[in-house]
Design a protein around this ligand. Structure first.
Ligand code: SAM
Length: 348
């Protein structure tokens, strides 16, 4: 599949307008604070953008960031401005033509920004250990519409886990299906190149993330995708596809479920561009100044990461109160019946 994908992104596509679906073409609303940063990126780089979401998480100043499948570098050059002169962004891609565009404009961007803090490496995201990158050396790893194209997603996730610092995060946008993708769709080169054929069923992805060491995957945003070409829509049938952004923290003590220790946090309102509210994920919009009850995992995602200085923390892990209500699975047992003296319930 590597050759099919290299041919698609290196030779067949000349720009975003050549795409046949909106899978690899991000239509999310660009936040106001990001617009001036994108305005400083070279037009040729912008015209070859094939991402499906926004991969600019909060609080990046001074961070070392890796972009997997960076393409012609739009996100690398946006992130370069966010990490600033004291940070660094490394882009990895396997397609020569994509990297050539990214490299060609490196000096131009250095002059725009007043510093050169980016680097590009040619390589495969399944074999990150072959690149000269030290384990545990990245604060944040991003990727935009790439993992679906990989024939070995487990190796990608394990490599990411290895390269992240403890408390670091993989923040990435990708394409997912509402069910397992049949071979007829998977083996279609256009559907594969368009980021649909290789998409994972979302629940298989979440289980794979857990098995790769990311114990509590958090969904940040999602949107349904449209297949604009009639012939492709027919080939896809009833499958539904979504673009979604997840954040996966490398925190070894996260638990399989959201457990309640009676803890809470208070957001100080101090993260850049988020004075009123900090959105950890789709289900945690944390208002400035308000006591916000959290499960043990959410606590760790705030207390043991780069976000720690921006919160006050109430409580600890000394008392357990059961599963955190409204977060995770909830108590699976019927609370009304004791079970032992009931005769009307089946055994399984
Ligand atoms: C849909 S494009 C997205 C590019 C870029 N992230 C962007 O937002 O414009 C997918 C990119 O991933 C790269 N890619 C796909 N599979 C890869 C792999 N296994 N290893 C390295 N790069 C890969 C392709 O060469 C292509 O540049």
């Amino acid at each position: 599949m590597h050759e099919v994908v290299q041919d698609y992104y290196g030779k067949q596509l000349q720009g975003s307008a050549d795409l046949k679906t909106d899978a690899c073409c991000d239509i999310s609303e660009v936040p106001e604070w990001l617009k001036p940063l994108l305005a400083r990126i070279h037009p040729e780089v912008l015209s070859r953008y094939y991402g499906c979401g926004l991969v600019c998480p909060e609080l990046l100043r001074g961070c070392r960031v890796l972009d997997l499948g960076c393409g012609s570098g739009r996100d690398v050059y946006a992130l370069a401005q966010l990490v600033g002169e004291s940070g660094e962004v490394v882009g990895v891609d396997m397609t020569e033509e994509q990297l050539a565009v990214a490299e060609a404009h490196r000096q131009w961007h250095a002059e725009q920004f007043g510093f050169d803090n980016v680097g590009f490496l040619r390589g495969y995201i399944e074999r990150l250990e072959e690149l000269d990158l030290s384990p545990g050396s990245f604060d944040v790893i991003v990727s935009n519409c790439v993992i679906n194209l990989s024939p070995d997603k487990e190796s990608v996730l394990r490599g990411v886990h290895r390269l992240l610092k403890p408390g670091g995060e993989f923040y990435f946008s990708d394409v997912y299906a509402d069910r397992r993708v049949p071979d007829s769709v998977r083996n279609d080169p256009v559907l594969y190149g368009e980021c649909l054929g290789g998409a994972l069923y979302w629940n298989d992805f979440e289980n794979l993330a857990r098995a790769s060491g990311f114990l509590d995957p958090r969904l940040v945003t999602d949107r349904p995708l449209a297949i604009t070409e009639d012939t492709l829509r027919e080939r896809v049938g009833n499958l539904r596809f979504f673009s979604a952004t997840y954040r996966l923290f490398k925190l070894d003590e996260l638990e399989p479920a959201c457990e309640d220790y009676g803890q809470a946090v208070v957001y100080r309102g101090s993260v850049d561009n988020c004075p009123q509210r900090f959105d950890l994920d789709k289900h945690h919009a944390i208002e400035h100044g308000r006591v916000f009850p959290v499960c043990g995992n959410t606590w760790r995602m705030l207390a043991e990461t780069r976000f720690a200085d921006h919160f006050e923390f109430i409580g600890d892990f000394s008392r357990h109160f059961g599963i955190f209500e409204g977060c995770g699975g909830g108590l699976p047992f019927d609370q009304a019946a004791t079970g032992a003296d009931r005769t009307d319930v089946p055994c399984c």
